[in-house]
Design a protein around this ligand. Sequence first.
Ligand SMILES: *Cc1c(COP(=O)(O)O)cnc(C)c1O
Ligand code: SF4
Length: 344
Amino acid sequence: MEIWERSLENSITSPEELSGLFRVAAAPLSGVVRRYPMRITPYYLSLITGPGDAIWRQCVPDPAELEDFTQSPDPLDEERLSPVPGLIHRYPDRVVLVVSSACAVYCRFCMRKRGVGCNGILAASQEEAIGYIASRPEIRDVILSGGDPLLLPDDRLDDLLSALRKIPHVEIVRIGTRVPVTLPERITPRLVRMLKRHHPLFVNTHFNHPSEITAQSAKACARLADVGIPLGNQTVLLKGVNDDPMVMRRLMQLLLTIRVRPYYIHQMDLVRGTAHFRTPVNHGVAVLDALRGHTSGMAIPHYVIDLPGGKGKVEVAPGRVERNGSRLSITNYLGETVEYLDVK
Ligand SMILES: *Cc1c(COP(=O)(O)O)cnc(C)c1O
Ligand code: SF4
C-alpha cells in the first residue's frame, strides 16, 4: 500500500471521531453524514486551528446542509447533458469526463454534492465515454473530473490518458483535482513521471484559503510544475472562508509563489445543501475590485457564474449582467439571457 493510500485509510469519516478531537457534539452531525459523506485526511485535519475556522468550514459537516430546501441537487443540468454515463457535453468543443466519485476530502460546498462519495454518477468503465469522444471530431479538450481523478491508481489513470491520447482530435487534456490541497502526498515522483508522458496536459487545482498553502502543498505543486504541467487554480467564493477581499488577495498572491496561476473564482452554484456558503454577486464583484490594480495582473482570475440549466459559465463583466433588485439577467456566450436569483 502506498503512503497516500494509508492516509486515506487513516482519514476521519464519522462525527464520533471528530468529537474525540474537538469540543463538538457528534449527534447533530450524524444525519448530515448519512446524507452527504464526510472524509478529512490527516494532513487536512492538521491545518484546522479550531472549530469554525476556514479549513473547518470547508470539511466539517454542518446541520445547515439539511436545511436547504430551495436549491436543486443538479442546477447545472449535468444529468441531462450527459449523453453517455460519466460524460458531460455542454460546450461545442470540450467535455467533462467524470472518472471517479471519490475525493480525499468531501468538501461541504461541492457542486457535485448529489453524487460524490456515492457510486451513482460513476460509470464502471470509461469505455463508452471514450467511444463517444473518439466519434466526435469537434471535441478537442477533455477535462477529467469527478470526484477526484487523482484518486485513481496510477496504472488506471495511465490507461485512461493513453486511450485519450490515441484520439487524434483531442488536442489537450486537463485534470481537475483537489489532491494537492487535501492529500499532497498523492503527488508522488512515480505519478508525475507517468503524467509527463501525456503532454499537453494541464492541471487545475482548487485552493480556497491562504492557510492551505503549506510546505507540503507547495511541494506537490512543484512536482507537477517540474514535469512541465501548467497549473491553474479554481477557487470557490465561500461565505466565512474567503469572502474577505484581503484574504482572497493574499490567496491569489501566494498561489503565484507556488507556480499556480489563478484561473477562476466561481460564484457558488445553486446546489442543494450548500446555501449557507453563498454570497451576493455584488460581493464577488467587490472581491475582484480589491485585486485589479492592487496586485499583479498575473494574480487576477476571472470571476464566473455557472448559469443554471447548463447554459454555461459567464464572466461577471459589464454588459453581461443586468440587475433588477435581487433578480439578475445574465447573457451567455450564445447571446441567451438567463434569469438568476441572487442572495439578499
Ligand atoms: C466548466 C466546464 C467546462 C470547462 O469550461 P472552461 O471555461 O473551458 O474552463 C466544460 N464543460 C463543463 C460541463 C463545465 O462545467
Ligand atoms: S474535491 Fe472537488 S469534487 Fe471532491 S468534494 Fe471537493 S469540490 Fe467536490
